[in-house]
Design a protein around this ligand. Structure first.
Ligand code: GLP
Length: 238
């Protein structure tokens, strides 16, 4: 069962996430971090960027893997997960050579997922996985379904995902998702699931019910004892 850590607001929750990331980077500078994009972790990434601005060398060996990507949009679309991570991590910390990323424009997305899966097998497991939570309980683009995929795969995007602000604002509509799989995530040494805002209340309640179902992918995270659930008060209805 999750014992959520509840914070007064998004800012406080973000500060807590930064502490977690700093501890990880201090104890193991060459950590492999898996990073979600979206609204929820943005502030934590900004704060981390500020903290490390004067000591970039502390991230000189840190590695990043992109959790997921909108398939069929341009890599240079400002709404791509790619541009988001370039802005928040890769460019500020000069991590170009230490970054494993799905291409949104791969001619063969299945092949692209095989490439990422192979590389993650070589580099993994993930040390710290930062996750957001979809309104339908998805993590990455592991969408509710009868069965889930263990490793990197092409995802059929749900209506919920297609309605996500990044998808709506992108220059072209995504045609599919590319995502790490549930085993990749569950094998992480530590998982930080961040949830913010009143719109996420029903999904947090369902998560706290403790029932594990593939139709609610985030519930599988309960199986990893090293998962920490961070909520702000708006998302956590007691
Ligand atoms: C998106 C992404 C996830 C993200 C989640 C929540 O669709 N696939 O990686 O974490 O939904 O996004 P947000 O934090 O903007 O609510």
């Amino acid at each position: 069962m999750f014992h959520p850590e509840v914070f007064a607001n998004h800012e406080q929750m973000s500060l807590r996430a930064v502490v977690e990331m700093e501890q990880q980077l201090r104890s193991r500078p060459d950590s492999l971090l898996c990073l979600a994009t979206g609204t929820t972790p943005m502030r934590a990434y900004e704060l981390l960027q500020q903290r490390f601005a004067s000591c970039r060398e502390r991230l000189a060996t840190t590695r990043i893997v992109k959790l997921d990507e909108w398939g069929g949009i341009a890599m240079d679309d400002p709404e791509s997960c790619e541009q988001y991570l370039q802005r928040t991590w890769i460019e500020p910390f000069g991590m170009q050579g230490r970054y494993l990323s799905f291409s949104s424009e791969a001619a063969d997305p299945e092949d692209e997922c095989l490439r990422v899966a192979g590389e993650l097998e070589r580099q993994g497991p993930i040390d710290l996985c930062i996750l957001g939570l979809g309104l339908n309980g998805h993590v990455g683009f592991n969408e509710p379904a009868e069965f889930l995929h263990p490793h990197a795969h092409v995802a059929k995007l749900s209506a919920t995902s297609m309605g996500h602000a990044m998808s709506v604002r992108a220059r072209t509509r995504p045609t599919h998702g590319l995502t790490l799989g549930m085993a990749d995530i569950l094998n992480a040494r530590r998982i930080l699931l961040m949830v913010s805002g009143a719109s996420k209340r029903p999904v947090v309640q369902r998560l706290l019910s403790g029932r594990i179902a593939t139709q609610f992918p985030a519930s599988l995270l309960i199986a990893n004892p090293n998962t920490v659930l961070l909520c702000d008060e708006e998302a956590f209805a007691s």
